[in-house]
Design a protein around this ligand. Sequence first.
Ligand SMILES: Nc1nc2c(ncn2[C@@H]2O[C@H](COP(=O)(O)OP(=O)(O)OP(=O)(O)O)[C@@H](O)[C@H]2O)c(=O)[nH]1
Ligand SMILES: [Mg+2]
Length: 455
Amino acid sequence: MADTIAAIATGNVISAIGIIRMSGDDAIKIAAKVFRSVRNVDLEKAENRKLYYGYLLDKNGNNIDLCLCTISRGPHSYTGENTAEFQCHGSPVVLAEGLSSLFAAGARQAGPGEFTKRAFLNGCMDLSQAEAVIDIIEAETSEAAQNAVGQLDKAVSIKTDAIYDDLCDIMAHFHAVLDYPDEDIEDFQLESYKEILDKDEKELKYLLSTYDRGKIMKEGIKCAVIGKPNVGKSSLLNALVGYERAIVTDIAGTTRDTIEEKIRLGKTVLRLVDTAGIHKTEDKVEKIGVDRAMEAASDAQLVIAVFDGSCELTDEDMFVIEQVRKANNGVILLNKSDKDRAVINMDAFHGIKLYEVSAKTGDGIDEFCKAVEEMFAGGPKGRTGEIITNARQAGAIGAAVDAIASAKVAMEEGLTPDCVLVGVEQAMMNIGEISGKTIREDITARIFERFCVGK
Ligand SMILES: Nc1nc2c(ncn2[C@@H]2O[C@H](COP(=O)(O)OP(=O)(O)OP(=O)(O)O)[C@@H](O)[C@H]2O)c(=O)[nH]1
Ligand SMILES: [Mg+2]
């Protein structure tokens, strides 16, 4: 018995079309109460997945929109339950009225991700597919969207389910021999499973190796733009985002707090953080700004250190160079290339990639962007759909790799099958978490809380 949930599935903005959806035992009955077909079709007798044209009625029976309605009877629907969907004109007022009409007729407001949660609980999709739904919605590049669609198509869970089956076979064989000694079951030879464990471990390690790329694909690359005051950090941010996002003046200390903006660079997204100029100061506010700049640099996957190429290097610049050297990835931007170059001790930059740019004219910016894109394009790219972008899944795969490794060590040391099988069973539990077979209910609930209402 599933109560009937309803929600507006589209954004709360004026648009061409807006959708209200409903799922639950009474979805079709409730839809019939608030919809009057122009051809007098009774929705309760309507065909599945066919569009019906008619009036959406408010709770007093007044027409509020001319819309299309479609119903699907469970189990052949997104949630596996009876569902109804109204494709209305995209007016937030109409959609809100339509929704309250559904509430008056017996539906209740859906919680975040509740439609997809029901789809999962009703066996219409596994957990990795459900997570792919949110990844598609939140994708910031076409590559991320393609990968998420692949996962919606079970690209990851087909692989992990096969491994789960392998491990399950090993466990089942062992227990069958142990529990039914009189049955004519082939003897349990642990060594015969070594090849399977090797193959599964290799596949899992491959999946795990795609996670670095996956993280970048999903979250983008956090880049801290640092440098002493007035070198052109904010001008660089503005040049990269393409509009006057940050205030630029010739007064040193213009930027006091960090400013974050995203830009898309080909297949990757950069999360740029402009920071306050790093310098020694007694000013309380400036000090906080400098601390935040240092924090941004230590958090960043890429530190972009900006220098004014028209001035000689100062002690403050030398301090900034030290920060770049500490970073995992750092680049030097010698800015203001449109001005006469000062005599600069280039040895100070030794071993760090350097690009000459002008944030003012845009010179050199494209080359710099291409270089950043290439810098993060390395590593195993993974086949589309098989790139792990999800920390939960990566954690489960990592734990499974460790568990299989421990099973193999136990096997090599000649321990008894039940000792070896501790690792195999653990790996099975870990792998089952990916599709949701072995995951705890409270964790599942948390996963769906991240979804938007209406999905
Ligand atoms: N000629 C020239 N001037 C630039 C260039 N980039 C920035 N400037 C100028 O340098 C001054 C400082 O620029 P900002 O972008 O505010 O520098 P900042 O590093 O953000 O400075 P703070 O926020 O104070 O730390 C402004 O007058 C800019 O117009 C450039 O490429 N060429
Ligand atoms: Mg600034």
